[in-house]
Write a protein that binds this ligand. Structure first.
Ligand SMILES: [Zn+2]
Length: 429
């Protein structure tokens, strides 16, 4: 595909496609771009060149994020950050994360082509790790930028035993400086992220774009059901305490409760281990996961309470043991209401339609960046809602509409900020 030489959604999509293969992938036959790998390095070189072409100065920060800066009218102006992530899961799609970075570059290019400078700088940031693509944590690099790293984060090692320090060293970066990627709160006006929806709602309802109201609160539990193992041929049915049959009923209860709430409430059993797991033994123990999410913490909490009660009832009736352990508790991240309103107006500007507002069930860098600055998110429809898969696809027209919405957003942001921001001369406005 030949990219146009001016800012366009087509160019953003074409560049994602370019970056979908070796040497931008660490695998020859599929896309896998883990943090601080060879594909990541090659990708940053390419992105830096595109940023420069678009009128930005490009640098790699202390955490391995690529950052392009489009200066404002003053060199020390605060920053509007536009970004997403450049890493991918193994055998991932080309647009997850990367399209948001490419649309950020196109947004800047669009204004640069018109010679427009803002009373703030715009920086486009491509986060190195969102997916947990290399180390066993996710959003490592946005957490560095937001200044919210945990104590254990710097002691990580990948599956091959390579530590973060060594991986950074291969990238010309130092562990001791990693946390120095943190930005100052007073320098960052806002963080805006465009991302494919990774779900089917926009496509099903015929919307190219959506505005994210919040990133869902999430609970993850481990459930252990303990019954009594026995010979599958000799143990009478009425005497059984079958852990798997009980777990099966529990899975259906989780599904029923998840389906009984608002549309953004979801509940999933995605993993199950059966012990002893042989055909001729009645299962004695089953361990399974429960993932519960909703845009509002209270909705998630209520569903989790219902699940606890329902599972305890099933366990009591079937006389099996049940142990539920909370393993992860992520609070909901509401997007900033003022910025989201600007984004909704921007979407209305370009589509003429009332924007679809939806909750993101998936986590994004924006949930981390919300701890540093107000955030807004724009979702793009993707085909079939498919993501984290090579079949991931977006329409060029949708990417173009998204670019127009992003430029409309930045224009509206400029007007709002200039009205509310520090006193500027009439000429500067
Ligand atoms: Zn993503």
């Amino acid at each position: 595909m030949s990219a146009r030489e001016t800012a366009s959604g087509l160019r953003a999509v074409a560049r994602c496609d370019d970056l979908g293969v070796a040497p931008y992938s660490d695998a020859d036959d599929h896309l896998f771009r883990p943090y601080l790998g060879a594909g990541h390095a090659a990708t940053l070189d390419r992105i830096a060149a595109w940023m420069t072409e678009a009128g930005m100065t490009a640098r790699v920060d202390a955490a391995g994020n690529i950052v392009g800066r489009y200066e404002g009218r003053h060199s020390d102006a605060p920053v509007l950050l536009i970004g997403s992530h450049v890493d991918s899961v193994r055998d991932g799609g080309r647009y997850d994360g990367m399209l948001g970075v490419m649309l950020g570059i196109e947004t800047v290019a669009w204004f640069a082509e018109r010679g427009h400078r803002f009373p703030f700088a715009i920086e486009v940031i491509g986060f190195g790790d969102e997916e947990g693509s290399r180390f066993p944590v996710s959003m490592l690099t946005s957490r560095a930028v937001a200044g919210v790293l945990g104590d254990q984060d710097l002691a990580l090692a990948d599956a091959a035993g390579v530590g973060l320090a060594e991986a950074l060293d291969g990238f010309g970066l130092e562990l001791a400086r990693f946390a120095g990627a943190a930005r100052h709160r007073e320098d960052v006006l806002a963080y805006v992220e465009a991302h494919i929806e990774q779900g089917p709602v926009l496509e099903a309802e015929g919307h190219a774009l959506g505005v994210v109201s919040a990133i869902a609160a999430q609970y993850r539990f481990r459930a252990v059901v303990t019954g009594v193992a026995g010979h599958a041929g000799t143990m009478a049915m009425r005497l059984r305490r079958d852990a798997l049959a009980a777990a099966a009923e529990m899975v259906l209860a989780v599904e029923r409760i998840g389906g009984a709430g608002p549309e953004d409430l979801v509940a999933t059993v995605g993993r199950m281990e059966v012990g002893p797991g042989v055909p001729n033994v009645v299962p004695g123990a089953v361990t399974f996961s429960i993932d519960v999410r909703a845009g509002v913490g209270a909705v998630r909490d209520r569903a989790a309470d219902e699940i606890r009660v329902a599972l305890a009832d099933i366990a009591a009736r079937r006389t099996v043991g049940l142990d539920l352990t909370l393993q992860q508790d992520l609070p909901a991240t509401p997007c900033d209401s003022g910025l989201s309103r600007l984004m909704a107006e921007a979407v209305r500007d370009v589509t003429g339609a009332e924007p679809r507002v939806l909750v993101s069930g998936a986590g994004h860098d924006a949930m981390v960046m919300a701890r540093l600055a107000p955030v807004a998110m724009l979702f793009l429809r993707c085909r079939g809602g498919v993501s984290h898969h090579p079949a991931e696809a977006v329409e060029v027209d949708d990417a173009q509409t998204a670019l127009e919405a992003m430029t409309a957003f930045v224009t509206r942001f400029e007007h709002t900020w200039s009205d509310a921001g520090p006193a500027l001369t009439e000429e500067e406005r």
